[in-house]
Design a protein around this ligand. Structure first.
Ligand SMILES: CC(=O)SCCNC(=O)CCNC(=O)[C@H](O)C(C)(C)COP(=O)(O)OP(=O)(O)OC[C@H]1O[C@@H](n2cnc3c(N)ncnc32)[C@H](O)[C@@H]1OP(=O)(O)O
Ligand SMILES: CC(C)C(=O)C(=O)O
Length: 515
C-alpha cells in the first residue's frame, strides 16, 4: 500500500454494534457489509468471533458474501480467541485478524491484572499465533493514549518483529486532544526503529466530541489507517464517523495529501441503511449525512447559494449521495429563494406588487409554521385572489371558543362589499358556528354540499386545506382555503365559495349587484 494511501477500516459491525441497543442480526450485518464493500471500504471489521455463536456466524457470512474488502475479526490476545477468528474468516478472499491487549498502567493493573512484561509476552505470542493462521495481522495497544510512551515503543517494536503489519493506537476512552494525540503518533513513527514495516492506525472514541479531530490530526502526523464507523456509531459516545473523515480528507486535500478509495456518492444511502437497521436516527445537524447538512434557510445564505453555490457550500450534496442541496423556505428566507422556488414550481407571480404581496403572505405563514413546503406554497398562491376577479367577501379575523359543556361560538370579522361587519353565532362545532355566523351576515341562500379538510403536509403545524362546496339554484362551486388554523381555513374556503357564486352570478346577470 502506498504511503499516500489512507486505509479506511470500518468497524460499524464490531465497535458500532457495541452501542447499547445496536445489535445486528447476521443478515443485517451482511446487508451493511455489502454496502460498505460497494462504497470501497478497505477493511470491514465484521465482529468479534468469540463473543457468541451468532457473531461467529455473522463474521463467517460476511466473509462469504464480500470479496472486494478485507474482512476482519477482533480477538483478545489469546489462542482461543484467535483460533475462533481464523475459523470464522476462512471463506474470506482477504482476511485479517485484529488482536489487541491493553497497554495503559490503569488497564494492565486493574483490568488485566498483569505485569507489563507479561503483557508484552502475551502480545508477541498472540501476533505470532495469528500470523501462523493469516498473513494480515493487526495489533492494537488498547488505551494507547493513556499508555506510557516508552512502553508503547517497546511493545510495538516487538509485535512488528512478530509479524504485525498494522499497528493501531486507540484512543479507547476518548481522552486524547488533537495536538497531543497527533504528536504521539508522529513521535512513535519517528522513534520506533522498525516503524516503517507497519501501517500506523488510529481508532478514536468521541467521549469529548474529538474523535474525528483526533483522527485527522493523527493522519497529519503520519497515520495511514483510520478506524471509523458509519454515522459515528460506537461504544458510549461513538467512534469517529467514516463520512466525516473521508469528506474532510477529500475536501482539504491541501492539508491531507492522501488518497482514499471511497466512492462517496453512496455515503448517504449507507448512512440510511445503518440508521434503519440499528434504529439509531441521524440527528438533522449531523455533518454530511444529517437532513440539514446541505439545507439553507436564511435569506442571505440562500441568495448567496443561488448566485454562486460555493459561497456557502464546501462540498456538493450530490457527491455524498444527496439528490441535491435544499433551500428550505422558512421565516429567515428572503425574496431571492422565494421567487426561485415559485419559478421551479411553475407559479407565475406577475408584477412587483403581486410579488411583494405574495412575499408578505409567505412571511406571515412562515411565522406560524417551521418550514414552508411546496404544497404550502401552492396553497398560499391558490389562496391569493387573481386581480381580475371581484371579491365581495373578505376575511378579516376570527375568534372561536370551544368549551366542554357549552355550544361553541364564533365571531367572524368580514368585509362585505367594502364594509366591515362582525357576525356571531353558536353551532355544533366551531366550524359550524363560523359558517352560521357568516350566513347570518350574508344570507346567501346557498346550501353546504361538502366540507372536507386535509393536512397539506405532515406535522402538527401543517396547514389544513379545506374545501367547501356550495349549491344555489343548481349552481355548484368549490371554495378552497388553507391555514395553519383549520377554523380560519374553513372560513376562508366558505368565503371563497361565496365569492365564486357572486362571480358566476355577476357573469350571468351583469346588471345585478351583490349576491
Ligand atoms: C475497547 C474495546 O472495544 S475491546 C472489545 C470490547 N468488546 C466486547 O467485549 C464484546 C464481546 N465480548 C464478549 O462477548 C465477552 O466479553 C467475551 C466473550 C470476549 C469474554 O467473556 P468472559 O470470558 O465471560 O470474560 P469477561 O467479559 O467477563 O471479562 C473479560 C476477560 O478478558 C480479559 N481480557 C480483556 N481484554 C483482554 C485482551 N485484550 N487479551 C486477553 N485478555 C483480555 C479480562 O482481563 C477478563 O479476564 P478474567 O475473566 O480473567 O478477569
Ligand atoms: C480494540 C480496540 C481497537 C478498541 O475498540 C478500542 O480501543 O476502543
Amino acid at each position: 500500500m502506498s504511503k499516500d494511501r489512507l486505509v479506511i477500516f470500518d468497524t460499524t459491525l464490531r465497535d458500532g454494534e457495541q452501542s447499547p441497543g445496536a445489535s445486528m442480526t447476521r443478515d443485517e450485518k451482511v446487508r451493511i457489509a455489502k454496502m460498505l464493500e460497494k462504497i470501497g471500504v478497505d477493511v470491514i471489521e465484521a465482529g468479534f468471533a468469540i463473543a457468541s455463536v451468532g457473531d461467529f456466524e455473522a463474521v463467517r457470512a460476511v466473509a462469504e458474501a464480500v470479496s472486494e474488502s478485507t474482512i476482519c475479526s477482533l480477538s483478545r490476545a489469546g489462542v482461543q480467541d484467535i483460533d475462533r477468528a481464523a475459523e470464522a474468516l476462512k471463506p474470506a478472499a482477504n482476511s485479517r485478524i485484529h488482536t489487541f491487549i491493553a497497554t495503559s498502567p490503569i488497564h494492565m493493573q486493574y483490568k488485566l491484572r498483569m505485569e507489563p512484561d507479561a503483557v508484552v509476552e502475551r502480545a508477541i505470542m498472540a501476533v505470532k499465533h495469528a500470523r501462523n493462521l493469516v498473513a494480515d495481522v493487526e495489533f492494537s495497544c488498547e488505551d494507547a493514549s493513556r499508555s506510557e510512551f516508552d512502553f508503547l515503543c517497546r511493545i510495538i517494536e516487538q509485535v512488528i518483529n512478530a509479524g504485525a503489519r498494522t499497528i493501531n493506537l486507540p484512543d479507547t476512552v476518548g481522552y486524547g486532544e488533537p495536538g497531543e494525540y497527533g504528536e504521539l503518533i508522529g513521535r512513535l513513527l519517528n522513534t520506533i526503529p522498525n516503524a516503517d514495516k507497519a501501517i500506523f492506525s488510529v481508532h478514536c472514541h468521541n467521549d469529548l466530541g474529538l474523535a474525528v479531530a483526533n483522527s485527522l490530526s493523527a493522519v497529519m502526523h503520519g497515520a495511514r489507517q483510520v478506524e471509523c464507523t458509519i454515522n459515528g456509531l460506537g461504544e458510549r459516545a461513538g467512534n469517529a464517523a467514516l463520512e466525516e473523515i473521508v469528506m474532510a480528507v477529500r475536501t482539504r486535500h491541501d492539508l491531507f495529501p492522501v488518497d482514499v478509495g471511497i466512492d462517496t456518492s453512496h455515503i448517504v444511502p449507507t448512512s440510511r441503511l445503518v440508521s434503519s437497521i440499528t434504529g439509531f436516527p441521524v440527528q438533522p445537524n449531523k455533518a454530511i449525512v444529517g437532513a440539514n447538512a446541505f439545507a439553507h434557510e436564511s435569506g442571505i445564505h440562500q441568495d448567496g447559494v443561488l448566485k454562486h453555490r460555493e459561497t456557502y457550500e464546501i462540498m456538493r450534496a450530490q457527491d455524498v449521495g444527496w439528490h441535491n442541496n435544499k433551500l428550505v423556505l422558512g421565516k429567515h428566507s428572503g425574496r431571492a429563494a422565494f421567487k426561485a422556488r415559485l419559478e421551479e414550481l411553475g407559479i407565475e407571480i406577475g408584477d412587483d406588487n403581486a410579488m411583494q404581496l405574495a412575499f408578505t403572505r409567505f412571511k406571515e405563514l412562515a411565522d406560524k409554521k417551521h418550514e414552508i413546503f411546496d404544497e404550502d406554497l401552492q396553497a398560499l398562491m391558490n389562496d391569493m385572489q387573481p386581480a381580475d376577479r371581484p371579491r365581495p367577501f373578505q376575511y378579516l379575523g376570527l375568534e372561536a371558543v370551544s368549551r366542554t359543556g357549552h355550544h361553541p361560538r364564533a365571531d367572524v370579522r368580514l368585509e362585505i362589499n367594502g364594509a366591515e361587519q362582525l357576525a356571531s353565532a353558536v353551532g355544533d362545532g366551531p366550524v359550524d358556528a363560523a359558517f352560521k355566523a357568516i350566513e347570518s351576515a350574508v344570507e346567501s341562500g346557498a346550501t353546504l354540499q361538502l366540507y372536507s379538510v386535509n393536512a397539506i403536509t405532515t406535522g402538527t403545524d401543517s396547514q389544513g386545506e379545506v374545501q367547501v362546496r356550495l349549491e344555489r339554484n343548481g349552481q355548484i362551486v368549490n371554495g378552497n382555503g388553507a391555514d395553519t388554523d383549520i377554523i380560519v381555513a374553513s372560513v376562508k374556503a366558505y368565503l371563497d365559495a361565496l365569492n365564486l357564486l357572486a362571480d358566476d352570478e355577476a357573469r350571468a346577470h351583469p346588471q345585478r349587484e351583490g349576491v
